[in-house]
Design a protein around this ligand. Structure first.
Ligand SMILES: C[S@@+](CC[C@H](N)C(=O)[O-])C[C@H]1O[C@@H](n2cnc3c(N)ncnc32)[C@H](O)[C@@H]1O
Length: 307
């Protein structure tokens, strides 16, 4: 029997099993960062890059079923390096999701302002991750005003004395078809952001090693949901998405296979005085032990050139 997901609740279990119990079209936004690909085939949580798409597709299908037609799915992922080159599983994943009915609406780039130091012979430090934005339809809920950014000091100086060109549409000199009208900025104190999100990685001392900064789910929650909407994170780890949702007056549903992380997530919610329903088992599968595999944001270390 399918049921309505319990709001502000952490389900302990395998996300595929847990989601199979949910009613269709339950969520306004899905925001998640899944376990990373790993070379070792049989360790829990790390999925071999060659099998990543096959592993993820049943989950992607279930996410599609439980997402509202107006909803968004934001997938934070980055392909790892194997044998000296980037593996192609993320590209294959995008293509396969499109074949299964998802629209690959946009790709946001999370620029990690404090990326790991290091030196490689064939590439530079990796300072960005993909936040792939999938939807079910071309028309979906989006609240662009909620993420507008201050114009900055430049506007005051630039707009003080407008030239004649600034007062009308100024076509690009290279005939690109682009043009700008600087006077449109008059009287505004905010501008729309770009699709590059500049944010430092999470450095606090949590026991979960793959925590994303709270600002990341916050940004997408503001952009794609309204107050009271329901946000799902099927790989919720230490509960960052749950905290972000509650802080912003949205409800959340989290799924996590490792009970120790669920405990950590609950402690985070408690420490901020955010209301939630106590966690319970949501499926047959849990793991008692977690693996340092979630440190895989460090995975390129294997390819690091140490002088
Ligand atoms: C990259 S971490 C997510 C970290 C999270 N964004 C945070 O800020 O703490 C992925 C999480 O997925 C969990 N996980 C792995 N396989 C799972 C599955 N099949 N169902 C539910 N959770 C799973 C792992 O235990 C891990 O905590």
């Amino acid at each position: 029997m399918l049921h309505e997901p319990i709001r502000n609740h952490l389900y302990i279990g395998d996300c595929l099993e847990v989601m199979q119990g949910f009613q269709a079209e339950s969520f306004d936004l899905i925001k998640t960062s899944p376990p990373y690909a790993d070379r070792r085939k049989h360790t829990y949580g790390g999925i071999h890059p060659d099998g990543y798409v096959a592993w993820f597709m049943p989950i992607a299908d279930e996410l599609h079923r439980v997402l509202k037609p107006t909803g968004s799915f934001v997938l934070n992922i980055k392909e790892r390096v194997m044998n000296g080159e980037r593996h192609t599983y993320v590209i294959e994943l995008i293509l396969e999701m499109r074949r299964r009915g998802w629209l690959w609406t946009e790709e946001y780039c999370w620029h990690k302002k404090n990326c790991y130091p290091g030196k490689w012979p064939n590439r530079f430090r990796d300072a960005w991750e993909r936040c792939l934005h999938f939807t079910k339809r071309r028309q979906f809920s989006m609240y662009q005003e909620a993420v507008m950014v201050p114009m900055g000091d430049w506007a005051e100086t630039r707009l003080r004395n407008l030239s004649e060109t600034d007062l009308g549409r100024d076509e690009s000199a290279v005939n690109s078809g682009f043009g700008k009208n600087v006077s449109n900025w008059l009287g505004r104190d905010k501008a729309y952001p770009t699709n590059v999100i500049h944010m430092a990685t999470e450095c606090s001392n949590r026991s979960h090693s793959a925590v994303f900064p709270i600002g990341l789910p916050e940004w997408f929650i503001k952009l794609f949901t309204a107050e009271g909407d329901l946000v799902l994170d099927p790989f919720i780890g230490s509960g960052t998405t749950a905290v972000a949702a509650r802080r912003l007056g949205r409800d959340f549903v989290g799924i996590e296979i490792a009970p120790e992380y669920v405990k950590e997530a609950e402690e985070r919610l408690k420490s901020e005085g955010l209301a939630f329903e106590p966690a319970c088992l949501g499926g047959e599968t849990t793991v008692e032990r977690t693996d340092p595999i979630y440190n895989l944001r460090l995975c390129e270390r294997e390819d690091r050139y140490l002088p």
